[in-house]
Design a protein around this ligand. Sequence first.
Ligand code: SF4
Ligand code: SF4
Length: 439
Amino acid sequence: MNFQRYNQSTVEKEKITARLAVWPPPAFNVMAKPRGAICNLECAYCYYLKKASMYPKSDFRMSAEVLENFTRQYIQSQRVPQVTFVWQGGEPTLMGLDFFKQAMGFQRKYAGPGMRVENALQTNGTTLDDDWCAFFKENNFLIGISMDGPAHLHNFMRRDKGGAGTFEKVMAGLALLKKHHVAFNILASVHAANMDHPLDVYRFLRDEVGTEFIQFIPIVERANKKGEQRGNIITHRSVNGKQYGEFLIGIFDEWVRYDVGKVYVQIFDAALAKWMGQTGGLCIFAETCGTALVIEHNGDLFSCDHYVEPRYRLGNISRAGMADLFGSHKQHKFGLNKKDSLPRYCLNCEVLFACNGGCPKDRVKHTPDGEFGLNYLCEGYRAFFNHIDPAMRVMRDLIHQQQPPAKIMDLIAAPGSILQTDGLPVPAGESHSKNPSVD
Ligand code: SF4
Ligand code: SF4
């Protein structure tokens, strides 16, 4: 990702918007779980370990037959010349290298001329060795490493089955990725243990890990035995809305002064796209969802990674076509529900254009006027989006003037800059509006 991708003409934007209004859209994403919920670690907040109970007699290994069927259908279902295979878990590397070599063979077999196939794999980083990293490099994988900050913050939640912290092993995995020049990014969860330390986390990832791409994922975990999206009690491990907002703001204020164009933080990237009047590419802030599915090890297809539970099973790809399951009324309804279930409080919110009420899985609160369905992180989202508004407008205007958004760092550093103080106030003559892309 880089900011160049926001230099899209209005006409192109309108075409994309028009296409997305038609169901099913021409492309969709499927995250594959070849080893199901099986993992070598037992991170305290993991939302997926409990999913093993859905398949009590399974060996949790995607067979060659399911892999080939998945690969063929996934490639052939796309009506665009590009497809990305996203491997996740559990821990996907527990399938072993031969499984992924076989996957590459099937991809070559079914990708027609002109079809670009990409692979991304999310791992806890503790199982990597030279063979894995050489394979990733050779096959151009993008690797996501889960890391929550420096050792004392990372080890608080990310532990192995014996309860030992995993920091050193993850750092060793990162060193191997760097040695083999494998492209990687960091996925950092934000939770009760690290939410008060935004700069410790950010500076560690930027300076010690040396990553240029960071995703922050808020942990909002409902307390129930099956890990389902039921009930409204949130665990003590979760981040709270206020702290999540302060966490993001703390990092944004550092990033916008020193790191624009050097470090790509997914939520900042997505926000700038929103201020440009574009969709942003982050499902939690999209108006509707439904285009990011999950395939379990046995071929079961589900509506979303956070809804792998019987109610949201679309079917199995050995008995129904993947494109038909994706295009089904059930999945369409799942996607639309995000917009249709918004409380009035969100509909009247000044940052609705950027937030869209956040992910439905986190909508467990009542609004101040008593309507159910407000996002648990609302307070933080609202504070964050309002806080970044002045800087986003400046970067939006720079892009419109064909200038790099990184120039904002010079503007902030200039003596007397109206953007210089903490809090980045609204520049004179501007006011927060509901749609800054058209003012
Ligand atoms: S339910 Fe949440 S995580 Fe799933 S696609 Fe929708 S916004 Fe994204
Ligand atoms: S900030 Fe809060 S009120 Fe505004 S759209 Fe997001 S969840 Fe709704």
